[in-house]
Design a protein around this ligand. Structure first.
Ligand code: GDP
Ligand code: MG
Length: 681
C-alpha cells in the first residue's frame, strides 16, 4: 500500500533533494525529519567534516590502500537483491544498474558530494581514466566499465570503479557497493562464485576501519541472511555494523518487532527504508517513503529516528565523521612509518652503475663489508648483526664443538679398557716383542705397538670433527656473503662458488693435517710435559701393592689404582711375576702418556682451527672471490653493470610508492592540524 500526496510531490520535483541542506527556509519541506532537523548545526558540522572526507577520498584516489594502509570506509553488503544498489541510488539520487542476476560485479566506490551548482555532475573513474557521464547514462556507463574490467560474462572482479556524484543536496558520503552474496551460481557464473564474492567482501569488511552497512530485505528472516553471517565473522559485537532494512513497503508485518528485538546484534542500529520502485522519480520515491512511514498502520509505529533515507543519510554522515576523526591519526602514523621504511629500502638498493670503475668500487665495498662481517662473526664473536640467530654466534658454537670433540675423544679410549682384561694386552705384546737381551729393559716396540693401536682407535674422531666444523663454517660464510651481495644477483652464484671451492680446499688441507698429526702420534712418543713423569711415578708407587695382590691368593682379587681406576687381578695369578711387573710398568707409562696425547690432539686441533679460520677471513676468502669474479676467467664486473630486472623493478616500485606516500602525507598534513579544532558535538 503506497500513499501519495500530489502536492508535496510537485513541490519536491522542483527542489533539489536535500538531506542536510544548510538553508532550508521552510521546515515542512525538509526531508530531514523534524526530530533530527537542526540545520545550522548540521551544516557547520558538515562544513568542518567535509575537508576530512575530501582528504580521505584523495588518499583513496591515490590508491594508498595498495600500501597496506586502510582507510575509513563505509562498505555496503547484503545478499543478492536485498536492495544495496537501490539504497545507494536513493542516497545519491541516481539510477544504478538494477535487475535480475548479479548486476554489481565489482566494487563500486561511490563518492557523493554536495555542491551548490543546481546541475549535477557525474564522473566515472576506472583504470586511471575519468569518464564524465550524466544521470540518464550513468547506469549504462557503469555496465560498460564493468564489462571492460570484469569481462562481458557474469564474472566478478575486485578492481573498483569510482563513481563521483556531485549534486545539490546529497550527503557528503563515500561508500563502497559490493557484489551481492549468492550461494547458487546462476547460468553463466563461475562455479566458485560464492567463494569469489565472499573473498572480495571479506577483503573490504575485515579492516577495523570499515563500517559495515548491512542491507537486509524486510521480507526475510535476518538470522538467515548470509550477509549477517559474514559481517558477524569480522565484527562479532556489531559495533561497526549498521543495518538498513529495505522493502518496508512489501513486508510491513512484524517489522517493528524485528528491528526492536535485534536478534542479530546490530551495534549501530537499524534504519528502515522504502526505495524507488519502477520508474518513479527520486522525489516521488522520497515522498512515497515519507508518507508510508507516517501513515501506514504498522510502519508508523516505528520511531521516526529509525525510518527513511534522510535519517539513514544523516546517520551515515555522522558515523563517517566519527570514524575518520578516529582513524586519521593512525593513518598519519602509518604513512610516516611506511614512508621512512621505503626510503630506507630505496637507499639500500645498489646504485645503477655506468662504468667498470663504478662497478669495481661497488664490488670492493661488498668485499670490504663482507670481510668485516666475517671478522666480527668468526673471529671477534660480535654478533650484533644477527642477535637472534644462534647459528651465527660462531665463536660460541665453535667452542661448543671443540668441547664436544674433547669429550668424545676421551670417552672413546675408556671403552676398550675392561677391568677383567687388565694388563692382558700388554703381556701379549711383551711376549711378542721378546728378544735376546737384558731382562730389565722395556722394549720400545711394545710401547709403540700399543700406542699406535690406541691412536688408531680414536683417529676417526678428529676427521669427524674437521668435517663437521667445515660444513658449519661453510654455511656461515656463504650466508654472510649472500647477504652482502644480495643486491647484485649477478654476483651471487660466483660468490657462492668461490666460497664453496675455498671451503672444500681448506677442508682438504685440514684433513691432510689431521693425517699427519695422527701419524706422528702413532709413530713417535715424546713430551716435555713433566706431568708425564710425575703421573708415572705416582702410578708406579702402587706397583708393589698390585704385585702383592697378584702373588698372594688370600688378598682380594680386585683393587683400585689411584690415578688409573678399578682393576681385577685374578687373571694375572699364576703368570710369571717378571712379565706381569713389566706389563704393569708398560701400562702405567702408556696411561701417563695417553693423557698427554689426548690433550695434544685437542690443543693442536684448537690452534689449527683458529689458524685456518683466521687465514680464511683475513686473506683467502677475499682472494678467492676476486679470482672468481675479476680473475682471468671471470667477467663479474661487466655483469654488474647490467642491473637485474628484479632490482630495477624493486626500485621502480619503491619510487612509486614513496611518491604516493609523500603526496598522501601532504594531503593529510593539510588537514590534520584542524582535527583538534573539530568538535563533533
Ligand atoms: P541489490 O542486488 O542488492 O543491489 O538489489 P537491487 O537494488 O538491485 O534491488 C533488487 C530489487 O529489489 C529491485 O528490483 C528493486 O527495485 C527492488 N527493491 C529494492 N528496494 C526496494 C524497496 O524498498 N521496496 C520495493 N518494493 N522494492 C525494492
Ligand atoms: Mg547491486
Amino acid at each position: 500500500m503506497v500513499l501519495t500526496n500530489k502536492n508535496t510531490r510537485n513541490v519536491f520535483k522542483s527542489k533539489p533533494i536535500s538531506f542536510l541542506s544548510n538553508d532550508v527556509p521552510d521546515h515542512s519541506l525538509s526531508l530531514v525529519p523534524t526530530t533530527h532537523h537542526n540545520a545550522p548545526i548540521i551544516s557547520s558540522y558538515n562544513d568542518r567534516i567535509r575537508p576530512l572526507l575530501d582528504a580521505v577520498d584523495r588518499l583513496r584516489h591515490l590508491k594508498i590502500m595498495q600500501e597496506g594502509i586502510q582507510l575509513p570506509t563505509i562498505v555496503v553488503v547484503g545478499d543478492q537483491s536485498s536492495g544495496k544498489s537501490s539504497v545507494l541510488e536513493s542516497l545519491a539520487g541516481i539510477s544504478l544498474p538494477r535487475g535480475q542476476g548479479i548486476c554489481t560485479r565489482l566494487p563500486l566506490i561511490m563518492r557523493l558530494q554536495n555542491h551548490s551548482n543546481p546541475d549535477p555532475e557525474l564522473l566515472l573513474e576506472y583504470d586511471g581514466r575519468v569518464v564524465p557521464t550524466d544521470e540518464s547514462n550513468v547506469a549504462d556507463a557503469i555496465v560498460m566499465a564493468t564489462d571492460e574490467i570484469a569481462g562481458q560474462g557474469k564474472g566478478i572482479s575486485n578492481h573498483p570503479v569510482t563513481l563521483i556524484v556531485k549534486k545539490n543536496g546529497v550527503p557528503d558520503l563515500t561508500m563502497v557497493d559490493l557484489p551481492g552474496i549468492t550461494r547458487v551460481p546462476i547460468h553463466g557464473q563461475p562455479d566458485d562464485i560464492y567463494e569469489q564474492i565472499s573473498k572480495i567482501i571479506k577483503e573490504f569488511i575485515t579492516p577495523e576501519e570499515s563500517i559495515i552497512l548491512n542491507v537486509l530485505s524486510a521480507s526475510v528472516d535476518f538470522t538467515t541472511c548470509e550477509s549477517i553471517r559474514m559481517s558477524q565473522q569480522v565484527d562479532k559485537s556489531g559495533q561497526r555494523t549498521l543495518a538498513v532494512v529495505t522493502k518496508a513497503d512489501k513486508a510491513p508485518e512484524g517489522l517493528l518487532e524485528k528491528v526492536t528485538s535485534d536478534d542479530v546484534n546490530i551495534g549501530l542500529g537499524y534504519v528502515c527504508v522504502r526505495n524507488r520502485i519502477g520508474d518513479e522519480s527520486y522525489e516521488e520515491a522520497r515522498d512515497e517513503e515519507a508518507t508510508l512511514f507516517q501513515t501506514h498502520p504498522l510502519l508508523s509505529r516505528i520511531s521516526e529516528s529509525m525510518v527513511g533515507i534522510p535519517v539513514l543519510a544523516q546517520k551515515l554522515v555522522q558515523i563517517q565523521a566519527t570514524l575518520i576523526v578516529k582513524c586519521l591519526p593512525d593513518i598519519v602514523r602509518k604513512i610516516n612509518d611506511k614512508l621512512s621504511s621505503n626510503v630506507e629500502d630505496l637507499n639500500k638498493l645498489p646504485r645503477n652503475m655506468a662504468s667498470i670503475a663504478e662497478a669495481m668500487t661497488a664490488f670492493m665495498q661488498i668485499l670490504g663489508s663482507a670481510k668485516e662481517s666475517l671478522k666480527k662473526i668468526l673471529l671477534r664473536g660480535e654478533f650484533d648483526e644477527y642477535p637472534d640467530e644462534k647459528d651465527m654466534h660462531c665463536t660460541a658454537r665453535l667452542a661448543e664443538m671443540l668441547n664436544q670433540y674433547s669429550v668424545e675423544i676421551q670417552s672413546k679410549c675408556l671403552e676398550n679398557d675392561a677391568k677383567n682384561r687388565f694388563l692382558l694386552d700388554e703381556i701379549s705384546v711383551l711376549e711378542e716383542a721378546k728378544a735376546i737381551g737384558l731382562p730389565n729393559f722395556l722394549p720400545r716396540t711394545a710401547f709403540l705397538t700399543l700406542l699406535s693401536k690406541k691412536v688408531k682407535d680414536i683417529s676417526f674422531t678428529p676427521f669427524e670433527f674437521v668435517d663437521k666444523t667445515y660444513s658449519y663454517i661453510e654455511n656461515v660464510v656463504v650466508s654472510i656473503l649472500m647477504k652482502h651481495s644480495e643486491n647484485y644477483p649477478q654476483l651471487l652464484s660466483s660468490t657462492r662458488r668461490a666460497a664453496q671451492n675455498l671451503m672444500a680446499m681448506k677442508k682438504k688441507q685440514s684433513e691432510n693435517w689431521v693425517v699427519d698429526v695422527v701419524e706422528m702420534e702413532k709413530m713417535t712418543d715424546y713430551t716435555c710435559n713433566p706431568e708425564y713423569v710425575s703421573l708415572w711415578n705416582k702410578l708406579m708407587a702402587q706397583q708393589n701393592a698390585v704385585m702383592e695382590s697378584v702373588n698372594d691368593q688370600s688378598k682380594p682379587g680386585e683393587m683400585n689404582i689411584d690415578g688409573y681406576g678399578d682393576v681385577e687381578v685374578w687373571h694375572l695369578r699364576g703368570r710369571g711375576v717378571a712379565i706381569v711387573q713389566e706389563a704393569f710398568d708398560l701400562k702405567m707409562r702408556l696411561t701417563a702418556y695417553w693423557k698427554i696425547v689426548l690433550r695434544r690432539l685437542v690443543d693442536c686441533m684448537a690452534l689449527h682451527l683458529l689458524f685456518s679460520v683466521q687465514n680464511l677471513v683475513n686473506k683467502e676468502m677475499e682472494m678467492q672471490i676476486i679470482n672468481e669474479i675479476i680473475g682471468p676467467e671471470g667477467n663479474g664486473l661487466e655483469r654488474m653493470l647490467e642491473e637485474s630486472p628484479a632490482i630495477a623493478e624493486k626500485r621502480k616500485r619503491l619510487k612509486g610508492s614513496i611518491e604516493l606516500l609523500k603526496e598522501s602525507k601532504d594531503v593529510v598534513a593539510k588537514i590534520i592540524d584542524n582535527i583538534a579544532t573539530i568538535n563533533l558535538g
